[in-house]
Design a protein around this ligand. Structure first.
Ligand code: TXA
Ligand code: MG
Length: 311
């Protein structure tokens, strides 16, 4: 059921139920993050392998501190300005965090999400919310309540409707040691990190361990044949095909062209990305060619998701 009743969502979560929640990035499939039985329901509903750890969503820094050993000062100052927002940090965990949340790692991923409804919800609860994106494992992340209803509607007790997600792609995941390490590209532009920290490096992690060969990077994939525009056959395509373009509106090779952002704006492209990837499934064309966006700022995260959607 979809609605905007925060108290109802809180009550269900207190009883160990699953509730989909809006965040500024994507919708999350939430459960009481300190209750292993409730967390286990997330893995079951998503069909997600349990070696893939979850993010704990917190209401404020005090709650974060109750879950982790230490937040280094430099990082604390940075987060003070960025949270609530689309950044997740990986920190050493306290024992209070269940093994199922961290997949047995001695670290835990935490963030403070920005969406007002979810902020309100978190303030009604005395526990953090474990929440992966609210999509079946491997499928496109949801950026609207209806997306959750479409693919997980029968598996969640309630979907808290906060409208379309502002950012549209998942949070940027970082770790702080002697330097800042970016583990996942996302809704926070990693170039901005260079304004705050002396050293920033990238160690992008694969989202999943392979369950079987070939499955390694598959993620965010709609049920549609997506092909990179650069692989358009030189002799011309014989089937009717569409183009998911960054901003281009005309090209005679395509039956239909849908722009990620008509004004060529990367923020707008990121907001629209997952909705349009889902919509390709309803297009009549058998093949959808995909144009990459400029590899700058948020563009890197968008291209990362586009590449994974094509696998
Ligand atoms: O924007 C987001 O981050 C959304 C919203 C709902 O908050 N959540 C999200 O969760 O994208 P999920 O589960 O789809 O992705 C979480 C990622 C996974 O790739 C997981 O491997 C990584 O975070 N992760 C979680 N805990 C970790 C840890 N302790 N060490 C390394 N990676 C971790
Ligand atoms: Mg996900």
């Amino acid at each position: 059921m979809i609605g905007t009743d925060v108290s109802k969502a809180a009550e269900l979560l207190r009883h160990g139920e699953l509730v989909a929640i809006p965040t500024e990035t994507v919708y999350g499939l939430a459960a009481n993050g300190l209750n292993p039985e409730a967390v286990a329901k997330i893995f079951k509903a998503k069909d997600r392998p349990s070696f893939n750890p979850l993010i704990l969503h917190c209401r404020n820094m005090d709650q974060v501190k109750s879950l982790v050993e230490e937040v280094p000062n430099e990082l604390l100052q940075f987060l003070h300005n960025q949270w609530p927002g689309p950044i997740t940090v990986i920190l050493s965990r306290k024992h209070i965090v269940p093994d199922l949340v961290t997949a047995g790692l001695d670290t835990v991923a935490v963030r403070i999400p920005r969406h007002p409804l979810t902020q309100k919800l978190l303030h009604q609860l005395d526990f953090p919310l474990a929440a992966p994106s609210a999509n079946p494992f491997g499928y496109v992340s949801p950026t609207a309540a209806q997306h959750v209803e479409d693919s997980l509607g029968d598996k969640v007790s309630y979907i808290l409707d906060g409208g379309p997600c502002e950012v549209g792609i998942e949070s940027t995941i970082i770790r702080f040691a002697d330097e800042v390490i970016v583990h996942r590209l996302g809704g926070y532009d990693p170039d901005e990190l260079k304004n705050h920290f002396n050293r920033v490096s990238f160690k992008l992690i694969k989202n999943t361990k392979p369950l079987s060969p070939g499955q390694l990077d598959k993620h965010y994939s709609p049920n549609k044949r997506l092909v990179a525009l650069e692989d358009f056959p030189a002799s011309g395509e014989t089937e009717s095909c569409a183009l998911l373009s960054f901003s281009k509106l005309r090209d005679p090779r395509f039956h239909k062209i849908i722009p990620l952002s008509e004004s060529g704006n990367l923020m707008e492209a990121s907001t629209n990305l997952f909705r349009l990837l889902r919509e390709t499934e309803t297009w009549e064309e058998n093949i959808v060619y995909v144009e990459f966006v400029p590899e700058i700022g948020l563009g890197r995260a968008i291209n990362d998701r586009l590449k994974r959607a094509m696998k």
